[in-house]
Design a protein around this ligand. Structure first.
Ligand code: SAH
Ligand code: SF4
Length: 390
């Protein structure tokens, strides 16, 4: 967490990533009481303020002090796209030719924002376009929460337009961000401290006030950090399983070589002691001829006997370098049926925002591959995965 020290010559301190304690400390330097910090926090996160003049219930002197030393700064938006199905996608410029994305998915009963935690990713799963970018850098708490801050303002502005224009009001349902999932670019548990700061703001009643059950961290299985998250800030957990045995998982999720399945499943059970939900969601990407056979489903049922879980089957979203294809819809349905017949609750993820490449694993496809990992490993997916087909 960024410390709030204010000095005469320093760059403006960005308040966006500060938790309530840091804001209280900052306000305290000017002799302000903690409730001033809470007011400030509500202005920033609940009302989406980006300047201090609009904070009219704060004393003028205090506003001037803030304006002299501080800023409220989310990453700049490079592009915004809207899908015909209502999905919205923002590409945020995080400097030095790096960009990350956030996607808003409206549904009848909820609005889910999917946000990123890193520019690129070190885990390098062969089915994921983020993995092909290599790793560029960790995002700061301000950059992570800034995606939520920005999206919320944009959605509120839409609602306001709809309220004013009657035709719009009829067309636009009541859209708010009720859920946040950390399923965008990057491995959140490999950027633990900054992600933790953002999670705490999501849950804080003076910021976004989201329920723990409606904030989900998705991880490829960073075992020690799953334990820390369970202790520090238990939220809903999704684990990217993708394979039912170590031999296949070593190839699909290379982190498995460091934290193999038995350790991962133990960590899931430890997490459940703290979790706000009484199950882990196992994400399972459906890759044609790779991990989608009846035998794989049978092996998954063994896993499901060891951990209280639900399965979310994800139709693979293809991209050119992967050399992989999506399992046919009939296979996905049959696979889901096998799991359900074995007593495991299973859902199949709907693909959203296809027309704007907003689906899982397609994020920021247009961003330059700075580390050129895809050139170094051009046939990685094809070579390793085809062995499974025979
Ligand atoms: N690094 C974390 C979170 C980001 S990835 C993790 O791996 O869990 C979020 C989800 O998108 C994961 O389940 C991942 O497997 C999935 N995903 C990645 N590439 C995909 C693709 N091309 N098609 C469909 N899902 C994909
Ligand atoms: Fe990283 Fe997740 Fe993509 Fe794997 S699936 S490369 S862990 S972002």
């Amino acid at each position: 967490m960024q410390r709030p020290t204010v000095t005469a010559s320093a760059e403006p301190v960005n308040l966006l990533g500060m938790d309530s304690a840091a804001l209280a400390e900052l306000v305290g330097q000017w002799g302000g009481k903690p409730f001033r910090a809470r007011q400030l926090q509500r202005w920033i996160h609940q009302r989406g303020a980006d300047s201090f003049d609009e904070m009219t219930d704060l004393a003028r002197v205090f506003r001037e002090q803030l304006a002299g030393h501080c800023a409220i700064k989310a990453p700049a938006v490079a592009t915004e796209q809207r899908s015909t199905d209502g999905t919205r996608k923002w590409l945020f410029d995080v400097g030095r030719n790096n960009a990350v994305e956030a996607v808003f998915i409206p549904e009848d009963d909820r609005g889910t924002l999917c946000i990123s935690s890193q520019a690129g990713c070190t885990v390098a799963c062969p089915f994921c376009s983020t993995g092909y970018q290599g790793f560029n850098r960790n995002l700061t708490t301000a950059e992570i929460i800034g995606q939520l801050w920005y999206a919320r303002r944009a959605i509120e502005a839409d609602r306001e337009h709809a309220r004013i224009g009657e035709a719009g009001a009829a067309a636009a349902p009541d859209r708010v961000i009720s859920n946040v999932v950390m399923m965008g670019m990057g491995e959140p548990l490999l950027n633990y401290d900054q992600v933790l700061g953002a999670l705490r703001l999501m849950l804080d009643d003076n910021a976004y006030g989201l329920s723990r059950r409606r904030v989900t961290v998705s991880t490829s299985g960073v075992v020690p950090m799953m334990d820390r998250l369970g202790r520090d800030c238990p939220v809903a957990l999704a684990v990217s399983l993708h394979a039912p045995n170590d031999a296949l998982r070593d190839r699909l999720v290379p982190l498995n070589k460091k934290y193999p399945l038995a350790e991962l499943l133990d960590a899931c059970n430890r997490y459940l002691e703290h979790a706000p939900r009484d199950f882990i969601t196992f994400e399972y990407i459906m890759l044609d001829g790779v991990n989608d056979s009846d035998q794989h489903a049978k092996e998954l049922l063994d896993i499901a006997r060891q951990v209280r879980c639900k399965f979310n089957l994800i139709p693979f979203n293809p991209f050119p370098q992967s050399g992989l294809t999506r399992s046919p819809a009939t296979r996905v349905r049959l696979f889901a049926q096998r799991l359900m017949d074995g007593g495991v609750v299973t859902t199949v993820r709907k693909t959203r925002g296809d027309d704007i490449a907003a689906a899982c694993g397609q994020l920021a496809g247009e961003v330059k591959d700075r580390t050129r990992i895809s050139e170094r490993l051009p046939d990685r997916a094809v070579i390793t995965i085809n062995q499974e087909r025979g």
